[in-house]
Design a binder for this molecule. Structure first.
Ligand code: MG
Length: 299
């Protein structure tokens, strides 16, 4: 059996015939938010319903990084290498300092609580961009059921003051997000309002000189399931979660190929020595595959 499905000849140069999609660990509930720590040679990821952030390394396997994660979902790192996390439970975005203390970046907008921050990316200027859909407060599965108090938008947070600006407000429910390698574009997944069967797709925005998102337009519709989280490689290809695996999408929006995964995929992250491996969080399991690609993500 092949682990790959090519939709364009270029994809055949991105994958290795003898590199498996390997299950590294399993037995979780709903894993999300993978983030690579090259300086510690390990991956952190969330098991959202079990209220934990887990750690995986080749040497030690799985361990618990943080109990009582406040139903953390997406993670990234800032330019100082600090962990930035979205928490459904306390409806906030936090930064874990190098000494382990937790700083709240943002938990409200306009005097009202955020919904349930879902996924996050840090721009090279240090600003923290995150989506704030309602998935973590719609049920008691991934947080605490509660009414939504703010629109479902993408915010940009000032890392020092926590001041928020609304950057994307034309989505039903924003989810994963990523900048192109040159930061001239922002990709955002719209996964729709739960139970309302909204259309789901990835949209792309141009980042103008004043730092705002302009010219929002359709980028790609996943042909099996939907895009939740994604990452970008150094040539600007988008590696997106889908129901049947990970889809590789060219900067012009074409599907180039798929990595087939036997569970519903939530998110991905490049890691390994040369950021040439893709870590895949997929429902109950963590997978990894080595590619002939390198991740563009910082650090
Ligand atoms: Mg997500």
């Amino acid at each position: 059996m092949s682990f790959f499905e090519s939709h364009d000849p270029v994809f055949d140069r991105f994958v290795l015939g003898n590199a498996p999609v390997k299950q590294l660990a399993t037995g979780f509930d709903w894993v999300e938010g993978p983030v690579w720590f090259g300086d510690h040679d390990c991956l952190l990821f969330s098991d959202i319903p079990s209220h934990r952030i887990l750690r995986w390394s080749e040497r030690d396997g799985i361990s618990v990084f943080r109990q009582q994660s406040n139903y953390a979902n997406g993670h990234t790192r800032d330019r100082q290498g600090r962990l930035i996390s979205c928490e459904h439970g306390l409806r906030r975005v936090t930064r874990t300092e190098h000494d382990g203390t937790i700083t709240v970046i943002a938990d409200a907008y306009g005097g009202r609580r955020l919904n349930s921050p879902n996924d996050v990316v840090v721009k090279s200027d240090g600003t923290i961009w995150f989506s704030d859909p309602h998935y973590g407060i719609m049920t008691d599965y991934e947080g605490f059921r509660a009414p939504s108090e703010n629109p479902l938008v993408v915010y940009r947070a000032d890392p020092d003051t926590g001041a928020l600006d609304v950057m994307v407000d034309d989505m039903n429910a924003p989810n994963g997000l990523a900048f192109s390698p040159d930061e001239t574009r922002l990709y955002v997944a719209d996964t729709g309002r739960m139970f309302l069967n909204d259309p789901t797709h990835i949209r792309v925005y141009d980042i103008s000189d004043d730092g705002r998102c302009r010219n929002g337009r359709h980028f790609h519709t996943i042909d099996n399931g939907m895009a939740d989280g994604f990452r970008v490689d150094t040539d600007g290809n988008l590696w997106s979660s889908a129901a049947d695996g990970v889809h590789c999408i060219a900067p012009d929006g074409r599907l180039l190929g798929k990595i087939l995964v036997p569970e519903l995929v939530s998110n991905v992250c490049f890691g390994g020595r040369a950021k040439h491996q893709l870590f895949i969080t997929a429902t109950t399991s963590l997978y990894r595959v080595t590619l002939v690609r390198n991740g563009a993500q910082w650090p």
